[in-house]
Design a protein around this ligand. Structure first.
Ligand code: CP3
Length: 353
């Protein structure tokens, strides 16, 4: 149900309107990894609590998700969790090691191990639904974005056993044992679909599928080994009234295929101009793409870069949601994020038509 203004006009979130390619009074802005380590209030709250334990504690998840919304006035909240949460929830031995990232105790490389990956049920992640319910009561009109890792990016962590530069073992499995590869990705697509659907039923307003490492693949390999599985995930959340954002890094050559996999909005890193990206994604709205390192630059330089991204975004045919080209770096001054939100809102303000 959309709140109505006195003249009967639907007064809906600027972020959601932009996701649908509708006119907006200003360009909406949020930041990937806004809920996390760049904030001192986050570090304080997390003291003594492991990352995955924090993700399973609804009060903490609610507070951490709200922190950047209060501090920066962003146009959307992103649910505090991690891409490995659903994997841990179905019994995969995975932990998040500070400074390293996800580490998997027994990497998955055989058909027998793939068969052991079971479905995810509501009870496995009831704490996620509970945290979303707490958040909806607190967020007022600010939309909440749910998310999940895409099959390729999840598979990379599972096959490598941890973060990887070249994804060599992952590609070795893909090329050397395509049956095992497709079975693994199809299991991951099912788990991811189930995880996103729990979030949608609990009330998130949009979802983002993070295929952070898909840019490591050629277009031909992406289309053959990955796109069908990401498409299965995206189609499982189609027609649920929530926009689907599809994001990866280093994906200039994949943007068209990522759009066709079933995205409503395509996330773009800082390497590709938004106006060009918009053409590649068939005029869908684009999200991005300030270089996260620009936030470390002097304020005049940051302001110039923000304006440049806005100008480029204004010529993106399907519309623009301002974001970074990848996540907030831990060393970022939170003041630079707040300033960026102000700049985006000021410079993109349009008169109501
Ligand atoms: O603010 C938000 O965007 C919501 C929270 C969020 C986290 N992880 C919290 C987190 C989101 C959306 C993610 C997604 C995620 N996790 C991705 C996709 C996005 C991307 O950046 O490409 C990936 C690849 C992961 C895997 C992962 N988890 C990595 C690479 C790391 C960083 C390792 C490190 O410590 O440098 C994590 C850990 C993680 N996830 C942290 C947070 C806040 C840091 C842990 C901590 O604060 O102790």
């Amino acid at each position: 149900m959309h709140p109505m203004t006195s003249n009967g006009v639907v007064n809906e979130s600027v972020f959601l309107r932009a996701c649908r390619g509708e006119d907006v009074p200003h360009t909406p802005v949020w930041f990937m990894r806004q809920a996390g380590r760049s904030l001192p209030e986050y570090r304080k709250l997390r003291e003594g609590t492991a990352m995955l334990e924090a993700c399973r504690t609804p009060d903490l998840v609610c507070e951490i998700t709200l922190q950047p919304v209060r501090r920066h006035g962003v146009d959307a909240a992103i649910f505090f969790s991690d891409i490995v949460v659903p994997l841990a929830a179905v019994g995969v031995g995975v932990d998040i090691v500070p400074g390293t990232g996800p580490v998997v105790a027994e990497p998955i490389r055989t058909a027998a191990q793939v068969e052991q990956l079971r479905d995810l049920t509501y009870d496995d992640v009831d704490y996620v639904a509970e945290a979303i319910r707490l958040l909806l009561a607190e967020l007022g009109g600010t939309p909440l974005i749910g998310f999940a890792g895409a099959p390729f990016t999840l598979a990379s962590y599972l096959v490598e056993g941890g973060p990887s530069k070249n994804h060599a073992r992952t590609k070795a499995l893909m090329y050397g044992a395509p049956d095992v590869w497709h079975a693994l990705c199809s299991r991951l697509a099912t788990i991811t679909s189930q995880f996103l659907n729990v979030q949608i039923e609990a009330g998130v307003a949009a979802v983002q599928l993070f295929d952070s490492w898909a840019g490591a693949l050629s277009l031909a390999d992406y289309e053959r080994f990955v796109a069908p599985h990401s498409a299965a995930v995206l189609s499982s959340v189609q027609d649920k009234g929530v926009p689907r954002i599809h994001f990866g890094v280093g994906t200039a050559h994949l943007l068209g295929a990522m759009a066709e996999a079933g995205a409503d909005v395509v996330g773009v890193d800082w390497r590709t101009p938004l106006s060009r990206a918009a053409d590649l994604v068939g005029g869908r709205p684009v999200q991005g793409n300030l270089d996260p390192c620009a936030l470390l630059a002097p304020e005049v330089v940051l302001a110039e870069e923000v304006r440049r991204v806005l100008t480029d975004g204004a010529s993106a045919s399907g519309g623009h949601i301002f974001n970074l080209g990848h996540g907030v770096l831990p060393e970022t001054d939170p003041g630079a994020l707040t300033r960026t939100v102000e700049l985006v809102h000021e410079h993109s303000a349009r008169r109501a038509t």
